[in-house]
Design a protein around this ligand. Structure first.
Ligand SMILES: Cc1cc2nc3c(=O)[nH]c(=O)nc-3n(C[C@H](O)[C@H](O)[C@H](O)COP(=O)(O)OP(=O)(O)OC[C@H]3O[C@@H](n4cnc5c(N)ncnc54)[C@H](O)[C@@H]3O)c2cc1C
Length: 555
């Protein structure tokens, strides 16, 4: 048996590190156990191709995190631990097959001028959409950064919000219905549909209406936000903070079991047979599909087990990393344009068709939609002088007709087809420019990180059946799990995936309350002994209303 810690954290993704950072700052001795040799999960950076080329293994954009109180109020002082953000301009460039293009610039009016080349109506509709969302963004942020059960549901917030419930109606629509009602021109609609799809939720699904607003608004406001040095810089900073506060972070420590004593979770077991005891709490960001296998079904209860049994992974990505000597260069009339982010979107219909393609288990290689990231355009520290890291992301299903194992046989050909599509728009990316590649299929994403269960990029689908008070299971959306002493954070909890830190911070709020303090007290805004707004002792029952954080956040 190892030394006892106050809190043992299973999994070292950014969310569980955020939880551990707040707990460590509160004075609890934390141990983080990460299964891989690299910290950060989907928020990690690695030399995946050649020495000196630091690639973002999964996430690149830290947009949602910019809306977090953790960053906006600098609650953890992560700048002192080396975290710095870059906000590139242009934000994203979208070239079309007919030679036209839309570039999103940091200045919304400049973006609107791009849209006006296609439709003056749509240029003005774009600015109106951004203005409209301003009135609701704080409520959406408040909901995201409040643990479930501590405040109203999103629907209640919107019903009581500005416009007498009109935002509840907009949220209940699909993103595509919002776009089609506001925009008329096909290039603009394609741009808007591609943007609304960036968290991989089907754009024609009812209940996704806010995605038509929030993603484009967030990009317009914060750009395609990059941490200097790589996505993993966030996790490195969190690690330094945890260690600075007496905690430990160990990689290559796969958790294989939960220690249960008298019905309570008191620690975990790692693959090498070591037992790690937690005096106060165990925090998991192990995927719920794996977690339920670590204790008997009777300990979880029927409702929790059924929710996990019926868990849906959602849509998946296919990734190819390249070390290059040039960034992609796109024609804009007689000039060339470079951008950190680029979208390839043949039409709005191509985005609308993705959900059906996934249902069929079909790999679609004809004129595929892509997301292309070249962070070295704005952050040269990630590659040797003059060189670049390039990531080409396609949207392809994990489940293939014939089984996911087929990916090993076809992934190189799929990567070549995606690259050929990109070269139609950036012909400078010749064979001579590409120094090395690393191809990661949806099956590889799961092998790399079991939290990407069945290739899921956001812990699992974020449709109505897996959102809010239903994520990850009815009655257990408030981070406490059916086994006392055990808490869940990460993308399988509210408000889901992306680099937002929201599940991590929300879990910290709940755990700190259970441990007799509050997040407000920890970050220095609450009076000791008198819990601040949004913190304090736990609600007596799941679902008890509690005020949200002050200063509602924006997205
Ligand atoms: C290809 C790709 C691109 C993406 N791009 C973006 C983007 O640009 N912007 C954005 O906001 N989001 C993006 N996302 C989504 C985002 O990266 C994730 O939703 C987010 O990082 C999840 O963070 P997390 O902390 O919840 O979990 P994870 O990052 O998945 O971390 C979970 C950790 O737990 C570890 N673990 C799991 N089981 C065990 C165990 N039994 N024992 C020990 N350790 C264990 C894993 O190894 C992992 O390190 C992308 C995702 C993918 C796959």
């Amino acid at each position: 048996m190892s030394d006892a810690f106050d809190v043992v954290v299973a999994g070292g993704g950014h969310n569980s590190l955020v939880t551990a950072a707040y707990l460590a700052k509160a004075g609890f001795r934390c141990l983080v156990l990460e299964g891989r040799h690299v910290l950060g999960g989907d928020t990690s950076s690695e030399e995946r191709t050649l020495p000196g080329f630091v690639h973002d293994s999964c996430s690149t954009a830290h947009n949602l995190l910019q809306a977090s109180p953790m960053v906006r109020r600098d609650e953890l002082g992560l700048g002192a631990y080396g975290l710095e953000y870059i906000h590139p301009d242009p934000v994203v460039h979208v070239p079309f097959a007919d030679g036209s293009w839309i570039t999103q610039w940091r200045d919304p009016r400049r973006t609107a001028e791009e849209l006006a080349r296609f439709s003056k109506h749509d240029a003005s509709a774009y600015l109106s959409l951004l203005d409209d969302y301003e009135e609701i963004a704080p409520l959406y942020g408040q909901w995201r950064y409040t643990p479930v059960g501590w405040g109203p549901s999103l629907d209640d917030l919107l019903q009581d919000g500005p416009g007498g419930g009109k935002w509840a109606k907009r949220a209940a629509m699909s993103a595509w219905e919002v776009i089609a009602a506001r925009f008329e021109e096909e290039h603009v609609r394609a741009f808007m549909a591609w943007m609304a799809f960036m968290t991989l939720q089907p754009v024609d699904r009812a209940g996704g209406g806010l995605l038509a607003y929030s993603l484009v608004y967030g990009r317009q406001r914060h750009s395609w936000t990059l941490p200097r040095g790589g996505s993993g810089a966030l996790c490195s900073a969190l690690r330094r903070l945890i260690e600075d506060h007496g905690g430990e972070v160990r990689t290559d420590h796969q958790v294989v079991g939960l220690l249960i004593e008298a019905g309570r979770c008191t620690g975990v077991e790692t693959a090498d047979g070591s037992l790690w005891r937690a005096g106060r709490a165990v925090v998991s960001s192990i995927h719920v599909k794996d977690l339920v296998a670590m204790a008997g079904p009777d300990l979880w209860g029927e409702t929790f087990v059924e929710a996990v049994d019926t868990w849906q992974p959602g849509l998946s990505m296919f990734v190819a990393h390249y070390a290059t000597t040039e960034p992609p260069r796109f024609s804009v009339g007689r000039d060339r344009r470079e951008a950190v982010a680029c979208g390839i979107v043949p039409s709005a219909e191509s985005i609308l068709g993705l959900a059906a393609q996934f249902r069929q288990g079909a790999v679609a290689l004809e004129d595929p939609s892509l997301l292309v990231l070249c962070p070295t355009v704005a952050d040269p520290t990630r590659a040797p002088a003059g060189c670049h890291t390039l990531k080409v992301i396609g949207f392809q299903p994990y489940e293939l007709a014939g089984g996911p194992e087929r990916w090993d046989a076809i992934k190189e050909a799929v990567a070549a087809a995606h690259l050929a599509q990109l070269r139609r728009f950036a012909p400078n990316l010749t064979e001579g420019v590409i120094l090395h590649q690393d191809v990661v299929s949806p099956l590889d994403l799961e092998r790399q990180n079991p939290h990407n269960w069945h290739g899921s990029c956001h812990g699992g689908d974020m449709g109505p059946a897996q959102s809010g008070r239903l994520r990850p299971a009815p009655g257990w959306a408030g981070h406490r799990l059916p086994i006392p002493g055990l808490y869940q954070t990460g993308a399988t909890t509210h408000p889901g995936g992306s680099v937002s830190g929201a599940p991590g911070r929300n879990a910290a709020m709940v755990i700190l309350a259970d441990l007799g303090t509050s997040l407000e007290e920890v970050v220095g805004r609450g009076a000791r002994g008198s819990p601040g707004r949004g913190g304090g002792p736990p609600p007596a029952h799941p679902g008890t209303q509690r005020p949200g954080p002050e200063d509602p956040t924006t997205n």
